[in-house]
Design a protein around this ligand. Structure first.
Ligand SMILES: Nc1ncnc2c1ncn2[C@@H]1O[C@H](COP(=O)(O)OP(=O)(O)OP(=O)(O)O)[C@@H](O)[C@H]1O
Ligand SMILES: [Mg+2]
Length: 306
């Protein structure tokens, strides 16, 4: 990986003798939507507060584009846009006037940039309306527009889907993808909802009791999601399992005429060819792609989240 936009190195936070964050290590590249998934109280907000310099670290280091947030705050924070708590908005002003108000506080923000962010979050149609007439999802988008005004390379959102309906969640997902792919920025989003993270993110880190349990790739050429459980129906399941085991595959009987194999796409074709050439009748092959939830349950041994 080239220099990550954000690097957490062995980050710990203790408050009153209690360890809230325990040796967290993470790297995020540009252009990725990165999910930070964990149940209530697992330490998501605490981590984010440390990332944006709202809270000190007990141990470790957070580097943003190579600059330490603790030792070199001014330089580091320049690359960051964030919504940690509810964004401050003037409800009696229009969305546009709110953005202009913030733009005035940051040097170098042009009128053009204000229009650009409005377009990016899809608020063109309503930007002249007063914020008090906005739905929750629209306020959320205005918050994102405000957070990206200064062209940060890292956008951090703490539970951005809270309170949104499915349509709002989908819109959020779409424009976060636009931001990450077209503007090339890294997006760090926290959530306690598995299904959402799975749809929204390229990679997901799972945190529990302040500890990083796992990081999984959801999209692209990632490792885990390529591996699937393939169910094959054959005339002689026991014989098929033996033949596959002998050929180095991990096959188990599934009951009835079904057997289950852990493999990828090419492996599925090879197994089919092997069975047919060995004289088995293959009646059906179906692939069960593991969802993040399946993977999460495997990793944590069954403790559910969300
Ligand atoms: N200032 C503080 N003083 C003491 N304990 C704190 C403080 N801030 C957070 N905690 C504790 O740290 C743990 C993690 O809290 P945090 O808010 O980071 O969790 P979270 O993952 O964001 O949860 P949620 O999904 O509910 O937002 C909790 O047990 C919380 O009580
Ligand atoms: Mg939180």
């Amino acid at each position: 990986m080239v220099q990550p936009i954000v690097r957490l190195q062995n980050v710990s936070k203790r408050i009153g003798g209690r360890t809230i964050i325990d040796k967290l290590t993470l790297d995020l590249p540009l252009g990725e939507v990165f999910g930070f998934l964990g149940p209530n109280g697992s330490g998501k907000t605490t981590t984010i507060r440390m990332m944006v310099g709202l809270m000190s670290l007990t141990e470790g280091e957070i580097l943003i584009n190579g600059h330490s947030i603790a030792k070199d705050y001014e330089k580091a924070i320049r690359y960051v846009g964030a919504i940690v708590e509810n964004p401050e908005m003037y409800k009696y002003l229009s969305g546009y006037d709110n953005l202009k108000h913030y733009a005035r506080m940051i040097p170098g923000i042009t009128e053009h940039r204000v229009h650009e962010v409005v377009k990016l979050v899809g608020l063109e149609g309503r930007i002249q309306d007063k914020v008090r007439t906005y739905s929750l999802g629209m306020r959320q988008r205005l918050g994102v527009a405000q957070a990206i005004l200064h062209k940060p390379q890292l956008l951090i959102l703490d539970e951005p889907t809270n309170g949104l309906d499915p349509a709002g969640i989908r819109e959020l997902r779409d424009y976060l993808r636009v931001l990450s792919k077209e503007e090339g920025i890294a997006v760090f989003v926290s959530s306690h909802l598995l299904a959402e993270m799975e749809l929204m993110c390229d990679r997901v880190a799972i945190i529990q009791n302040g500890k990083l349990i796992d990081v999984r790739t959801i999209r692209g050429t990632g490792s885990m999601t390529d591996q699937s459980r393939v169910i094959i129906e054959v005339d002689r399941p026991q014989g098929a399992v033996e033949a596959l085991l002998a050929a180095g595959h991990s096959a188990v009987p599934e009951g009835g005429q079904a057997i289950a194999v852990e493999t990828d796409r090419d492996g599925t074709a090879a197994i089919n060819a092997l069975l047919v050439s060995a004289g088995f009748k293959v009646y059906g092959i179906r692939t069960h792609v593991k969802s993040l939830e399946d993977q999460f349950l495997e990793v944590t041994g069954g403790e559910r989240i969300g």
